[in-house]
Design a protein around this ligand. Structure first.
Ligand code: SAJ
Length: 402
């Protein structure tokens, strides 16, 4: 049942993986939504027309990218551009909510940009009494899992980090429109750090699993069996090794912590390095398999290598920061062997692999000398039984593991 809304119009700045579903969620609850994006194609596709930012709204949600610039340093220029683009239309009673994953202190920085652009408005700064504040500001991180975005937008608990208690209260009214999970109140800095902490926790735990896979390989132990056994302990819950960590979150966010506190964030940095090395290790395994075939008299150029899976995780079509794509690109650039790709969730190879052949899993395993399982897509589950007897299989993801 749609809830009684205390907000009439919401502007969502950034109509990407998070902003667009969030906008749709508000719209489905009968809130008027204005979607804004710098990508004309996105705007045309979504809206079939033009959107005018000058239309007044009560709530502005900023969900723009926070990528790296240079050496793992966060680039806040999109947040700044979004804040400065809404500043001219802000009015008394509005709220600006930052959702983008951000280094600690970004919401306070956004406040500075907004107040510099609008000296006529009163913002939640130190020494200002709640009653005088014109525009509320909060940080409320998105925490949805790609592949389950719509369900998690509604069900997940949500951290609300206002720059003041009144800001948090106003932000909560906005999210209550569609969030059925708990709303958890804190300040903006803790909310920023909470988001980074969640993804770093996962990164560190995946790094542990990936390190175990390297150790197990050296010691001739099946890492999947090892983890399954260890996980029978009531207080042990090891994650799964893979070909590396991808996506736009877990492989990125821990660096925002390392960048701010390099001397303290030692384990977080090491986890990133361990996970970033995993694709190189998989590549070395492929090279070793090719070397075995060459040792039996085969020409390297006559060997066909099939990479199964390009997405950054199972059963999605998202190739962003995918370790499998990194492996494919590097292999294509450095090997004389023939490369074929399998990715059941896309129709054509991505632009940077445009020269490569994308085939069905059946066609790939019929011709490949070496098959590498990079992503645990459901289409690959029964593959072992279908392989030719001489095919070398490199399983980076434990296809049989539970
Ligand atoms: N992976 C492993 N082994 C595992 C689990 C994952 O190698 O046992 C790999 C995946 O294959 C993938 C990467 O890690 O390459 C990340 O996948 P994921 O499913 O762990 O997470 P994401 O990046 O899809 O989404 C994460 C989620 N964060 C947490 O689970 C703490 C999601 O809730 C966040 O909203 C999202 O980041 C985000 O936007 O920050």
């Amino acid at each position: 049942m749609p809830k009684q809304s205390k907000v009439s119009t919401v502007s969502v700045i950034g109509l990407g993986y998070i902003g667009l579903p969030t906008a749709a969620m508000f719209a489905s609850r009968k809130v008027k939504v204005i979607g804004i994006d710098i990508n004309q194609h996105a705007v045309d596709t979504i809206n079939q027309g033009r959107i005018h930012i000058v239309e007044p709204a009560d709530a502005f949600l900023i969900a723009v990218p926070t990528p790296f610039k240079g050496d793992h340093e966060p680039d806040l220029s999109y947040v700044r551009a979004a804040a400065e683009s809404i500043a001219p239309v802000l009015k008394k009673g509005d709220i600006v909510i930052l959702e983008s994953t951000s280094p600690v202190g970004t919401t306070e920085q956004m406040l500075q940009w907004l107040s510099a652009a609008r000296p006529d408005l009163c913002f939640p700064m130190e020494g200002v009494t709640a009653a005088d504040i014109d525009v509320n500001i909060a940080y409320c991180p998105e925490r949805v899992l790609p592949g389950h975005v719509i369900r998690e937008l509604v069900d997940n608990d949500r951290i609300i980090g206002g720059l003041s208690d009144a800001c948090s209260k106003r932000a909560a009214e906005i999210y209550r429109v569609f969030v059925e999970g708990e709303l958890l109140f804190t300040n903006a800095r803790t909310a920023e750090m909470a988001k980074l902490t969640e993804n770093s926790f996962r990164d560190v735990n995946i790094a542990f699993a990936n390190e175990l896979s390297l150790i197990s390989d050296k010691l001739d132990i099946n890492v999947w069996e090892l983890i399954k056994l260890a996980n029978h302990h009531p207080r042990v819950n090891i994650l799964q090794p893979g070909c590396g960590v991808g996506g736009h979150c877990i492989a990125v966010d821990p660096w925002f912590i390392v960048n701010k506190t390099p001397d303290e964030a030692r384990m977080i940095r090491t986890a990133r390095e361990v996970n970033d090395q995993k694709p190189e290790w998989v590549l070395s395994k492929i090279k070793a398999a090719i070397a075995t075939l060459v040792a039996t008299g085969r020409e390297e150029a006559s060997i066909t290598v099939a990479l199964l899976g390009l997405a950054f995780k199972p059963n999605i079509d998202d190739l962003r920061e995918s370790p499998a794509v990194h492996i494919a690109k590097k292999f294509a650039a450095t090997s004389q062997s023939k490369l074929i790709l399998v990715e059941p969730n896309i129709e054509t190879p991505p632009a940077h692999l445009a020269d490569q052949e994308l085939v069905s899993v059946e066609n790939a395993i019929a011709v490949a000398d070496v098959v590498i399982l990079l992503v645990k897509h459901r289409e690959f589950s029964a593959i072992k039984a279908k392989l030719n007897t001489n095919t070398i299989l490199i399983d980076a993801i434990g296809i049989d593991a539970a």
